[in-house]
Structure formats: structure tokens, C-alpha cells
Design a protein around this ligand. Sequence first.
Ligand code: HEM
Length: 507
Amino acid sequence: MQPVEAPGPAVLSKPLTVTVVGVILILLVRRLHWTLKLRKLERLYSCESLRNENGSFRYDFLGIAKAIELAFHFRRRSSLPYTNALFKKYGETYASNVLSYRLIFTCSAENIKHLLSTAFADFDSSPLRKPLFEPITPHGIFTQDGAGWKKSRDQLRTRLSNLRKIVDLDQCERHFQAFLQHVPPNGQAFDAQACAFALALDMQTLFSLGESVDALSFSQSREKKQFLTDLLFVKETIVQDGFRGPLRYLYPKQRFLQCCKRARRYVIAHVTRQLKERSSMSEKAEGVSPGRDCSTEDEQVSLRADQALSILLANDSMSTTLSGLFFCLSHDKRVVHKLRASILDAVGLAPPTWGQLGSLHYVRWVLQEVMRLFPAVVFNARVANKDSTLPTGGGTDGNSRVLIRKGEIVVFSTWARHRLGEDFGENPEEFYPERWEHLNGDMIGFIPFNKGPRACPGQHYAMIVLTYLVARIFQTFSTVSNYNTHDWTERISMTLENENGVFIGLS
Ligand code: HEM
């Protein structure tokens, strides 16, 4: 009998070759199909090409030099003037290659409106935020898009809708009195930014956890101090990792994860207590014991914890506005004088009532002007979830539509939007609250709270609380002395801060 010969290598490699060629062909056909689809979209919307950042990055094919330059400016605290200079050079919308990703930078009011409102469904934020926020709020509003986001949003809206119920002016007064304890006598210097930060934290923890973290108290408990330290570290790491992009995986995460775990445990303990109190109240009221489904209870606690943590992560915005206000007023005696006179004129020296808050128009102009010059969130980004377009930025004049491919990141700058161009009248870099006499807080390019379905759900709450605090501060004091020895220097944390603090005196 003839021995059966084993198949040679040539016979074995045939099916492999066919498979590889087949896969390559499928990929090429898909690529071709996608390219043709893009061309069709381009033709349909008459898209033209976007200006690319060239200059020193012409041969930076992998976008490494650009990434280094961005990191350099972040560390040097010069990202804001740097990006504004690029907008002046390339126009309101341009593209950059950063670590092989095409990033589109824009400060065009039309493009921002498109991202946030008109084409809201075509752009997501979770691909960028989820990896950053997941360890602290796995199902929080910041980590979601689509149906998950809508569910969280609806729950928050229900919670934030009844302003009369959630803004307790007596509580605001207590927080204001605690703030006063930190103002030294006779107009001596203190760091108003640090105090504003503590004040905002106390208000927000009381609101979201039912118990203040007592950041303004001189006898804060060790547990609360630890929670605060953990929360601050978590926020700081999230921001740094956001700027590091894919390079963040090179950095150790042990302390971050530990802080997330401890902070979450603290929040869960408070939320559980709140839910138990509420459930025993309803039991007493209805005389029945609600069915106890363990998994539902756990889910409820986890959901509430995510909600509370999301509010706490969004908290710094209030302190950015307050410290920005102190900074601007320490340079402008005229506005301080006019602000105080307008408050005394409308409400006298007694704490303003709910009804009186709406009549403090000059306070509103001053707050809007501060939020224009020092918006809490200076940069923001969205990722295209399908091939799409932006209304402007294409062609030599920058007026044509531009094509955005699925997965591309569009970064928009609120800082540049508020400070470049002529939307806000003359000298947009100047603090001039009177400009709001002729402008509308709802105007398209004014986006301190963003716009559209994902606009800040706490904006009305924030404006009422801030108006109350400003009224109380300037009923009490008539001068703001400037003790800052350095220029205002950016510190982009979860929100915007002055790297040097804001040293003022109140008398
Ligand atoms: C002056 C004060 C505030 C400013 C300037 C501000 C600004 C903003 C901005 C710009 C966003 C959009 C972020 C984005 O889409 O990437 C935002 C979102 C958010 N803010 Fe505020 N905020 C303030 C106060 C508050 C307060 C007091 C709360 C809660 C009580 C709050 C809760 C939130 C939440 C939960 C989101 C996420 C909304 C979502 O993703 O759908 N904010 N805020």
C-alpha cells in the first residue's frame, strides 16, 4: 500500500492566502463605499475643505509635536491666549493633527449652535468623558449619551424644576454668614477664591447630600475633610487625564481609584440615609410598608449617588463666577459703587426676599459680564457619532460647510467665543456690565451654561443663589480693595480658576 503523504506547505498556505486576500478585498470595498458616501455628502452640502494648522506642524505627520505644544501651554498656564491666537491666525474654525487624531477647533457661534442644538443627536460627549468619569460616577449624567443620558437628565430636571422648593433663602443666609466669618476686618487681604470655593461646596453638598461638608467651618470633622480631599484629587486627575488624552494610560491610577472609592462610599452612606428617612416618612404617612426589593434599593442608591456626585463635580462653576466677580470688582470702583447703590435702592439693607431678587437688574448684568469674561467651562468637546457637517469654516473665506467624519472630535472654545469678534460690542476683553443693557442673555454666542438639550440644568438655581449672595455681600460692604500682585493666570481645573488666587479686601 502506498503511504499517505502529508500535505506540503504550499497546499496549506493556499486557503490562508485566499482568506487574507478576501479580507483585504472586503476592507477595500468598505473603504471605497465609505469614501463614496463622504463624497456624496460633501457634494450634497457643498462642503469645502477646512483650514489646517500648518506652520511648524506641516511635517508633523503623527501629530506628536502638536501634542507636546498643547501640553506645554497647559503646564505654562497659557492655553487660553495660545488658542485665541490660533483662532486669530486661522479663522474661527480650523483643523489640527494631534497624535494622529484630526481635531477640529471652533469658536464660531453658528458651529457651536449646530453642535449643541441643531445637530445635537449627531454629536456625543460620552466617548471622551466616560473613561474619565466612570470610576467615580459609572452611570452619572456626564458619562452618558442617548437614552441613558435622557433618563438621568429627566430625573435631574424633576429634582431641579421647583426652584421655590429647592432654593432655601434662609439656608443661603446661613452660608453667607459663614462666609463673612472668613472676611478679615478693616479691608485686610484674604483669598476670596478659596472662600468662594468653600462656600459653593457647602451649598452644593447640602443640596445634593442633605448635609453640608462644612468647608467654611473652623471645626470640620475628619471624615468630611477626607471626603473633600478625595473629591478634589478626583477632579484634578480627571482634568489632567482629559488633557493627556491616550497618554493618560501611562500614568499610575492607584491613588485616583482609592479616592474614587472612598468618595463614593461617603456619598452612598449619605444617600442611603436620605432614602431611608424618606421611606420611613412615607410609611408613616401611608401606614403601609413598601415592598422591599433589594436589587431595586441598591439600584436606587447607586443612581442617587451618581446624581449627587454629578452635581458635586459640576459644583465649581459657582465658585468660578464668584471669584471672577471679586477679581473684576477689585479693578473697578465705579461698578462696585453702582452695584451697591442699585441693591440698596431696590431692597435696602434687609436680606432680599424671593420676589425682590428678580428686580436686581444690575446684579444680573454684572453676573452675566463676569460669566462672559470668566466662563466656568472654557473648552468643551463633542465626538461625531456619524458622518456629518458643520455649517461654517470651509473654503478660503471660511463660510462654506465642512465635512466631519464619524469619530472626529470637535473642540469648541467658550473663552474665545466670548472674547473674540463683535457679538458683545466694543472692547470685548473689557469688563463693562452696561453692555448688557443692549444685549440679551439668551443671545446665540453667549454660552456660559451651554445651550440646547444638554445645557446646564442648574442654571436658574445658580443665578438665584448667586444674585442673593451678591446682594448680601454688597449690602454689607462698599469697597473691594485689590491685593493681587500678579496678573490673572489661568488654571483649567474642572472649571476655571486663577492660579494665583484672588486676594482682595472687603470693607
Ligand atoms: C454659575 C454656575 C454654573 C455654571 C456656569 C454652569 C455651567 C455648566 C455648563 C457649561 C455645562 C455643560 C457642560 C457640558 O455640556 O459639557 C453644565 C452642565 C451641568 N451642570 Fe452646570 N453650571 C453651573 C451651576 C450648576 C449647578 C448649581 C448645578 C446643580 C445644581 C449644575 C449641574 C449641572 C449638571 C448636572 C450638568 C450636566 C448636564 C448634562 O450633561 O446634561 N450646574 N453646567
